[in-house]
Design a binder for this molecule. Structure first.
Ligand code: SAM
Length: 330
C-alpha cells in the first residue's frame, strides 16, 4: 500500500479497547465515558480487519488501547495474530501496555510470538506514579516488568515528559532503564482530547530535555530507525538506546509508515488529523469482507502529508484532535 506521498504503509496499530485501568492525567479526564459494547468490534472482527491489512502488505502490528491487556479474551487475538508470524506474513507482533497486567500475561505473549513490548512508565516514585495515573500502582507495574523480562520479552520504556512532574527524574529513569537493559523513549505531550488540566502549563519540549540529559550522559547519534517517529541515540554509559518523540518541536511525518485502527473499526490515516474511514460499517455491511480491501485502498489514498500539532493556550481550549490518545492508541 503506497500513499499519495509515496510512503509505503507497512505498520498497523490496533487499539483493541478504549478502556484502561489507569487515568493518566495528560491522557484522559477522570470521568471518561467509554464506548457501548455494540460499537466495539468483537475480537473476530478485529482479527478479520487486521488480516486484511496483512494481506495488503502490513508487516508489523502493534496492539494498543486504552489498555490492550484489559480487553476480555485479548490473548485469543494475540494467539491468532501470532500465526501470521509463523507463516512469515508478519515480521512483528507487539504491544504497548501500561504494564499492570504483565504478570498475568507475559508468558502467554511470548508463546504467541511477541518478542518486544513498550511499557509506559513516567516516574519511579510510587506516590508520583499514583498521582499521574490516578488509579495505578507502581508496584504492580514493577512486578509486571520483572515477569516480562523473566519471560524473555525485550522492553522499551515510554516516558511522557511533563514539566514540573518528571523533568527532575530523567537521570533516575535513564539509570533504571540501563540497569535493566531496557531502551527508553521520551515523548512530548500531544494535544489530543480534553483533559482536566491545561496541557500548555506543563508542556516540556524535548529539545530542552535533551540538553539537560546531555549534561550527565553522553548521547551518540545512531542511524537506528524503526520507520517510526523516534529519533534514537545510544547512551554511552549504559549502552542502551534513548529515543525522543517530538511531534510538537519537530515534525516527523515524512517517513510515516503507519495507520491506526480503533476498536470501533475507524481507520485513522494520521494520529493528528480527524479524517477516518469507517471499516466497521463496511465489514458489517453486505459482502463486508470482500469490500474491505477496496475501502482500505481508498483510505490509504487519503493519507495526509502530516499533522498540525500545536500546544498553546488556544489548543488548551480546542485540542488538535477531539479524540483522546486512548481512542486511537498511542
Ligand atoms: N495503555 C497503554 C499504555 O499505557 O501504554 C497503551 C495506550 S497509551 C494511550 C499509549 C501511550 O500514549 C502511553 O505511553 C501514554 O503515556 C501515551 N499518551 C497518552 N496520552 C498522550 C498525550 N496526550 N501525549 C503524548 N503521549 C500520550
Amino acid at each position: 500500500m503506497i500513499d499519495p506521498f509515496g510512503r509505503a504503509v507497512t505498520y498497523l496499530r490496533v487499539s483493541v479497547t478504549d478502556r484502561c485501568d489507569f487515568r493518566c492525567k495528560y491522557c484522559m479526564s477522570e470521568n471518561m465515558t467509554f464506548l457501548p459494547k455494540k460499537d466495539v468490534l468483537n475480537l473476530e472482527e478485529l482479527e478479520l480487519v487486521t488480516a486484511s491489512f496483512i494481506r495488503k502488505g502490513v508487516r508489523k502490528v502493534r496492539l494498543t488501547g486504552g489498555e490492550p491487556l484489559v480487553r476480555k479474551g485479548i490473548m485469543n487475538l494475540v494467539e491468532n495474530l501470532g500465526r501470521y508470524l509463523d507463516s512469515g506474513e508478519l515480521d512483528e507482533l507487539t504491544l504497548t501496555t501500561n504494564g499492570s497486567q504483565l504478570e498475568k500475561y507475559a508468558d502467554g505473549l511470548v508463546s504467541a510470538g511477541v518478542r518486544r513490548i513498550n511499557v509506559s512508565l513516567d516516574t519511579l516514585d510510587a506516590k508520583h506514579f499514583q498521582e499521574i495515573t490516578r488509579w495505578g500502582s507502581l508496584d504492580k507495574v514493577m512486578t509486571g516488568l520483572d515477569a516480562a523480562q523473566k519471560a524473555g520479552l525485550k522492553i522499551k520504556l515510554n516516558t511522557v515528559a511533563v514539566r514540573g512532574f518528571n523533568d527532575h527524574e530523567v537521570d533516575d529513569l535513564i539509570r533504571f532503564a540501563g540497569s535493566r537493559d531496557m531502551d527508553i523513549t521520551f515523548i512530548e505531550t500531544m494535544p489530543m482530547g480534553a483533559i482536566d488540566e491545561l496541557r500548555s502549563d506543563n508542556f516540556l519540549p524535548l529539545s530542552e530535555l535533551k540538553e539537560t540529559i546531555s549534561k550527565n550522559w553522553t548521547l551518540v547519534p545512531t542511524d537506528y530507525k524503526t520507520g517510526g517517529p523516534s529519533d534514537y541515540m545510544t547512551i554511552s554509559q549504559t549502552g542502551n538506546r534513548i529515543g525522543f518523540i517530538t511531534p510538537l518541536s519537530h515534525n516527523f511525518c515524512e517517513s510515516c509508515n503507519r495507520v491506526r485502527l480503533t476498536c470501533t473499526g475507524m481507520l485513522y490515516m494520521c494520529l493528528g488529523q480527524e479524517d477516518s474511514a469507517d471499516l466497521k460499517a463496511v465489514l458489517r455491511g453486505e459482502n463486508g469482507i470482500a469490500k474491505l480491501d477496496q475501502a482500505i485502498d481508498e483510505a490509504i489514498g487519503r493519507k495526509p502529508k502530516g499533522h498540525d500539532f500545536v500546544i498553546d493556550r488556544t489548543s488548551d481550549q480546542m485540542p488538535a484532535v477531539a479524540r483522546h490518545m486512548s481512542v486511537t492508541g498511542g
